[in-house]
Design a protein around this ligand. Structure first.
Ligand SMILES: [Zn+2]
Length: 211
């Protein structure tokens, strides 16, 4: 596919930043308010402040222009259409839990698969959230296996966590963060239908994508 930026809804009003030279002078460009906690072989330290989560459905796309998880276009109430569902792409449920990322010193979103295997994230995080004592978790990811070690909460981290959680809740109240699932891109069906493998499947199935 060639162009997909017209279909990306995440940035509703594309605004040009004022002065590119300011970046070189130490001004960082506007950061997204919320992002997925990037998990991998490097240990990430996180702390918890809530058990409240949001569920969403995603598809994994590995195209030359789009790589990663996208939100399924079928609405929470079951309405709407999704070109990726129609093309037979796996629809994967994810549980999004806001956590405090110690390295980033802000609230990030832990994206948790539904798997209940002992090495997966959900049972391990559930155990931590069930226990009474506050802990710092060190999470590493190797493919589908997660390792979660725990350390005692410190006064300094507890204080930073409280500040970050307060900031996060305020952003939710003010509507600056509408939904946790905004960490994933939403792309409209007409644009999704231009992704090579999606297009191929839709043509074979005789489906023309609907908005
Ligand atoms: Zn879908």
């Amino acid at each position: 596919m060639k162009k997909h930026d017209r279909g990306i809804k995440k940035h509703k009003k594309p605004e040009l930043e004022r002065d590119i030279t300011k970046i070189a002078h130490g001004d960082s460009p506007a950061e997204p308010l919320l992002e997925v906690m990037p998990l991998g072989p490097d240990e990430k330290l996180i702390a918890f402040f809530t058990k409240e989560y949001e569920a969403c459905f995603t598809h994994y796309i590995n195209d030359q222009d789009i790589q990663g998880y996208l939100l399924c276009n079928i609405h929470a109430d079951g309405g709407g259409n999704c070109a990726l569902c129609q093309a037979g792409k796996e629809r994967k449920k994810k549980l999004l839990l806001p956590v405090y990322g110690i390295e980033a010193n802000k609230v990030q979103v832990l994206s948790i698969n539904m798997s209940m295997r002992p090495d997966s994230l959900l049972p391990q995080i559930s155990n931590l959230l069930t226990s009474e004592s506050a802990v710092i978790a060190a999470v590493t990811r190797n493919g589908y296996d997660y390792r979660v070690d725990t350390y005692n909460m410190t006064a300094a981290i507890s204080e930073s966590l409280a500040k970050a959680a307060k900031k996060f809740r305020r952003a939710m109240e003010k509507g600056e963060i509408v939904s946790l699932s905004s960490v994933y891109l939403t792309i409209n069906n007409a644009v999704l239908a231009e992704i090579d493998e999606v297009k191929r499947a839709l043509v074979i199935k005789g489906i023309s994508p609907r908005r």
